[in-house]
Design a protein around this ligand. Structure first.
Ligand SMILES: [Zn+2]
Length: 259
């Protein structure tokens, strides 16, 4: 889970339209009044085609996007098409959250809170950073099933381990060829492309970016690769910019009291 920013609501969703759709829903709660193309299109842009809770890819040929009402719609009917209440998610997170009452038992809303202030990551799982946030972190993990082994931990594990292999390969390629890298365009390009592809796995548009960014930034081989490329003067602005984006997303790997 990473911080997501709200973008403007679709221009079609005027106050009048919002009122009209809300009235329709109050008359017939089986009517999916929020399920409009203009709403879906704007939401998919807003979330970079990722579930705002578990960060799996949705829409654009991936799993179907569901529109989660952060405040449960059958109880909080007035918020059924309130733009700030519509969270793009995957079907699993939407179903897990189902009728959970987020007013009575709050969970982290990635549009409102910065998830890295709450979680630390270990073994492809989320944990609470400190006692002060224990309650909301545990409620969030349990309601959304964020540490469900079959549904999600295994998927993060597969992607994470593939990434670690890739970092190792590119570091070895660079290290073995460090004397000639500046004179061998083909090898130099392979290293730079490889490094770029690694970093692209940890930016906000990437699947499971909280985990991938944290892996990259704590991987010894990545740290050595970066140092080597800087020393060889082939670390460029593009790599620097990607590296900074990944740095912003990474989470802690220990609880607060161990720091
Ligand atoms: Zn999800």
């Amino acid at each position: 889970m990473i911080k997501v920013n709200r973008i403007d609501k679709p221009k079609e969703l005027t106050k009048e339209v919002q009122q009209q759709l809300t009235d329709e829903f109050k008359k017939d709660k089986n009517k999916n009044v929020w399920n409009k193309k203009y709403i879906r299109d704007q939401l998919i842009l807003e979330c970079n085609s990722k579930c705002v809770y578990c960060e799996c890819f949705i829409g654009n040929g991936h799993k179907e996007m569901h529109i989660d009402h952060f405040h449960y719609k059958n109880k909080y009917k007035d918020e059924v098409v309130t733009w700030e209440n519509l969270n793009p998610s995957c079907s699993t997170c939407n179903k897990n959250k189902s009728q959970h009452d987020t007013y009575e038992t709050p969970i982290i809303n990635p549009f409102e809170q910065e998830p890295k202030d709450y979680f630390y990551l270990k073994n492809y799982r989320y944990y609470s950073r400190n006692e002060k946030v224990d309650k909301i972190v545990h409620d969030t993990i349990n309601v959304l099933g964020l540490n469900d082994t079959e549904n999600i931990v295994k998927l993060r594990f597969e992607q994470g381990e593939t990434l670690i292999d890739k970092i190792n390969d590119i570091y070895e390629l660079a290290e073995e060829n460090k004397e000639i890298l500046n004179n061998n365009i083909s090898k130099k390009n392979r290293v730079m492309r490889g490094c770029k592809n690694i970093l692209r796995k940890g930016i906000k548009e990437a699947e499971y970016s909280a985990f991938m960014a944290t892996i990259i930034k704590n991987d010894e081989n990545y740290i050595k690769l970066k140092q080597l490329l800087i020393r060889l003067k082939i670390w460029n602005e593009e790599l620097q910019s990607l590296d900074e984006q990944v740095e912003k997303i990474k989470m802690q790997i220990y609880p607060d009291r161990l720091y």
